[in-house]
Design a protein around this ligand. Sequence first.
Ligand code: GTP
Ligand code: MG
Length: 396
Amino acid sequence: MKLVVIGFGQCGCRIADEFAKLNNRAHHERHIDICPGVFAVNTDGADLSGLTTIKSDYQHRILIGTRKTGGHGVGKINELGAEVARDDADKIVDAIRSAKRFFESDGFLLVASTGGGTGSGAIPIITKFIKERYQDKPVYTIVVLPFEHEENTEERAVYNTATCLKSITGIADAVFMIDNQRYVRKDFSLRNNLAKINELITEPFYDLLSAGEEKKAKYVGAKILDAGDIIQTLTGLTAIGYGREQLSAFSLSNITSIIGKSPDFRAKSTETHKGIQAMDKAVSELSVKCNPADADRALYLLSAPHKEMNMDLVKELGEYLRSLAPQATIRNGDYPRDKGFLNITVVLSGLSDMEKVRSYYARSTAFIPEFKKRQEEVADKLRQIDEAGKDIPSLL
Ligand SMILES: Nc1nc2c(ncn2[C@@H]2O[C@H](COP(=O)(O)OP(=O)(O)OP(=O)(O)O)[C@@H](O)[C@H]2O)c(=O)[nH]1
Ligand SMILES: [Mg+2]
């Protein structure tokens, strides 16, 4: 599957940059493309210059809202983020459309944090805009939820998250929920290592997007998971997870080639065991806390050396996921790879309930009058600036 990726705000742009790296990796390692266009949109010029991989021209790193923000961000006011995105929506879409490979894509993936101002304000506006313009392509979003310490100390982060989620869930075809806090559960030092977290966030998309794009016969699965399967699966609130197990030197295929015949049942069940372990990891490391039983749709992708993928394994994995998500329509695929690893990617979609979302809504209700007042003050200030400059001749 090929997605055009567009990041908004600092966090969104950095994750989009990570997708640009993923695409380069797919190009070098697999000779395929998974992200035919990657773009960064921000109100902050300095943040745009800090990216490493997205093309550095103004058509790919798009600065918006310069008149209202002076190129220095919107300081967490996501109403202002939304407003400048609305003003510059045409500029963003024109830049994306002019990208050479735009028409090859199967859909869009828009990325932003929910806690800041620019990304959380812009992502619902541009999602809506793109959906209206390109009705035949799905528009997916990745939203990154704040760390716990931010939620506890910044009311704005909670309020921005609530307003962003409320706006985005009604319009995007699917919303991948990514909880920053989940990535520091085991290694707290990661809190200060956003680059590493961004790598972990994007990693599950590598196999998922690659599997259906493979052209070489030896990498084409017996059951291909292509763009159609992914599109059929993705809807509403969505969680993604990834589990990886190293295969021992004495794995099934090696034993077969050494002893010249199939190994006994015990060796075979070791393979299945590894598969279940990887799926268990994928489900426990889901991008957001949720109850898999609430999923309406799910998919899993098994990627491993060809000879390690026997029918038992595929069947057991399917049964395992079915036991976790009994109501879900489950799709699956296999993706043969060279290396000594077994990877499982799991997607749970159409989640009918998510405690975190309810909690953001509940906690924000109390802030509404205060933030409404602040919003009016901002609008008032913007009006005053316009008013003060109304007699000044423009150079444009
Ligand atoms: N995972 C991840 N989270 C990030 C990153 N950068 C910022 N965040 C989180 O994003 C939130 C802050 O939003 P930003 O994306 O910095 O804000 P913005 O959209 O640029 O908006 P303004 O700066 O307010 O104009 C906080 O919850 C941060 O923890 C990043 O590179 N990776
Ligand atoms: Mg910013």
